[in-house]
Design a protein around this ligand. Structure first.
Ligand code: SAM
Length: 219
């Protein structure tokens, strides 16, 4: 078996495992995850670990998320074709790539990242993976991205103390926001906020561990 066939087999096997475990629950997200090869987002020296279900270092003290966490968050966020999405924390660009496929055709994802080297890394990876509906912006995502608001969906890939009003105001009516709330280090919780008629409903989901949101309204 050549290297390309081997990576396709490992990729398919990983997605089947996530489906069997219930982390992927819909054909929509299954097809989005099958459409993104994680190896494009992994640093050269770790490529062989691309299809192992765990976070991996990507430099600057940051990590690419584990595939099961990307699957769980994509399912809970429930994005649809044509939607406009904001991601706070691009990292490698992998999570953005998966969500960007779930909003095709017509959708666009804006991702904001505070570390310049990772902005370049994510842009390069998304380009190599052939993803065309993601814009990576350098900046402090703790304030959201007012210039492109409102968004149908907003999600954090890093943990903060709360969701500030300035970010919640960037979510449109009927929109959903997934945040990771909790201490800077230790166990945090994934929370889904749904805005409807000016009211915001809050649903606690699974426990998790993410890197901290660093910035003006973060840690
Ligand atoms: N999901 C990403 C992936 O698949 O590669 C990994 C994201 S990583 C766990 C979290 C990212 O959030 C890091 O790249 C970190 O630099 C970024 N981050 C932390 N605070 C931020 C802020 N205020 N604004 C933008 N990005 C931030």
């Amino acid at each position: 078996m050549n290297g390309q066939d081997r990576s396709t087999t490992l990729h398919t096997k990983l997605i089947t495992t996530l489906w069997d475990r219930g982390d992927i629950r819909s054909e929509h997200i299954k097809s989005a995850m099958l459409g993104v090869k994680r190896e494009f987002f992994i640093p050269k020296l770790l490529k062989l670990e691309s299809y192992i279900d765990r976070p991996l270092p990507i430099g600057n003290g940051q990590t690419i998320s584990a595939p099961h966490m990307v699957a769980i968050m994509a399912e809970e966020m429930d994005a649809s074709p044509g939607q406009k999405v904001l991601e706070i924390g691009s990292g490698s660009g992998y999570h953005a790539a998966v969500v960007s496929r779930s909003i095709l055709p017509g959708g666009h994802l804006f991702s904001i990242e505070r570390i310049g080297a990772l902005v370049k890394f994510a842009r390069r990876n998304l380009d190599a993976a052939g993803i065309e509906n993601v814009t990576v912006i350098e900046g402090d995502g703790s304030l959201g991205l007012t210039s492109e608001a409102p968004f149908d969906r907003i999600y954090y890939t890093c943990a903060g103390p709360d969701v500030p009003k300035i970010v919640m105001d960037q979510l449109c009516d009927g929109g959903k926001l997934l945040a990771v709330i909790g201490p800077k280090y230790g166990t945090q919780r994934l929370i889904r906020f749904t805005k409807s008629g000016g009211e915001v409903e809050e649903e606690p989901l699974s426990y998790c561990v993410f890197v901290p949101l660093i910035g003006e309204l973060g840690y």
